[in-house]
Design a protein around this ligand. Structure first.
Ligand code: RIB
Length: 313
């Protein structure tokens, strides 16, 4: 049976401004550039998988506007299946206002639009895909109750669930922990989840282990340019980041998750799939906007750093 990666999540247009630094609260800054790119955590993760030539299906919603049409065309071009992406004629597409500073750091405000209207109808679409799903990728940019319902459905049929807990809701639903096979917070999200600062390898190790104690099976805490720490039931290990010239960190976490799913889909052990993830995340920071590399670029990158093992689908 041909399996695929199922992604249930948001689809946005990103309105990106660049500035020398991020503004303080109440401050007006004169920036440099403005451009629009395709984004949304769900769509980014789907495009990352699609461009890595992994069979991928996205379940989500776009608005009945021109953005919606453009977003669908972009997904298709990346090889992502869109038969379960609903066009909502009564709503606008999701939009993200993004400021990117010269050091590559960013701030993002998301207006959910059609993403906010995702409901049990979309959960049923996810359920339809589960018999052929190798794994289900979730984030938190769509209504929380639908994320929980999709994770429950996946657990019922034994499908591996990866959750990127972004953006962090005011209260993280505790019932989600026991439904997650692999959680992948960044350091901000890990701090928010656990209530202590996560900013280096030692605190990330503690965070990953505590997340496992809360019920997730495996936890990866992403530390950006400092690497990532992974806790599993048997082990706890560190994955170094690949040093690159960073211009923009937008969607680096999405690229990480997409490449992680791609690695796991190909049967790589978690440690090696995390090297793919680290490469996908690093490459994403080298270009403006949500930059998601194709398979040849990722393989060349790994070869150039002596990490390529010659995988074939
Ligand atoms: O993770 C980056 C993404 O967050 C952006 O593409 C934006 O749309 C928001 O969803």
């Amino acid at each position: 049976m041909n399996k695929s990666v199922i992604i249930f999540g948001s689809i946005n247009i990103d309105l990106v401004t660049t500035t020398s630094r991020l503004p303080l609260p109440g401050e007006t800054l004169i920036g440099q550039e403005f451009f629009t790119v395709f984004g949304g955590k769900g769509a980014n993760q789907a495009v990352a998988c699609g461009k890595l030539e992994i069979p991928t299906e996205l379940v989500g919603r776009v608005g009945g506007d021109q953005f919606g049409q453009d977003l669908l065309a972009n997904l298709q071009e990346a090889g992502v299946g869109i038969r379960a992406v609903e066009v909502d004629r009564d709503t606008s597409s999701g939009v993200a206002a993004i400021a990117v500073a010269a050091d590559g750091e960013n701030q993002i405000i998301v207006i959910p639009g059609a993403n906010g209207k995702i409901s049990t109808a979309e959960v049923s679409r996810v359920e339809d895909f589960l018999p052929k799903a190798a794994m289900l990728l979730l984030q938190l940019e769509i209504p929380l109750d639908t994320v929980i319902a999709a994770a429950q459905a996946a657990q019922r049929v034994g499908v591996f669930v990866i959750l990127d807990p972004a953006p962090m809701p005011p209260v993280f639903p505790p019932e989600l922990y026991g439904l997650i096979d692999l959680i992948t917070p960044n350091q901000v999200e890990a701090s928010q989840l656990l209530g202590f600062p996560v900013d280096d390898r030692a605190s990330a190790t503690r965070a990953a282990q505590e997340l496992c104690q809360r019920g997730v099976k495996n936890a990866v805490v992403k530390l950006g340019a400092q690497g990532a720490v992974c806790a599993t039931p048997e082990d706890c290990f560190f994955i170094p980041a690949f040093p690159v010239e960073t211009v923009d960190t937008v969607a680096a976490g999405d690229a990480f998750n997409g490449a992680l799913a791609a690695g796991l889909f190909q049967g790589l052990p978690l440690k090696e799939a995390l090297i793919w993830a680290a490469a996908g995340g690093a490459i994403a920071t080298t270009k403006p906007g949500a930059y998601l590399s194709d398979r040849a670029t990722l393989e060349d990158f790994l070869k150039s750093r002596n990490h390529f093992k010659g995988l074939h689908l």
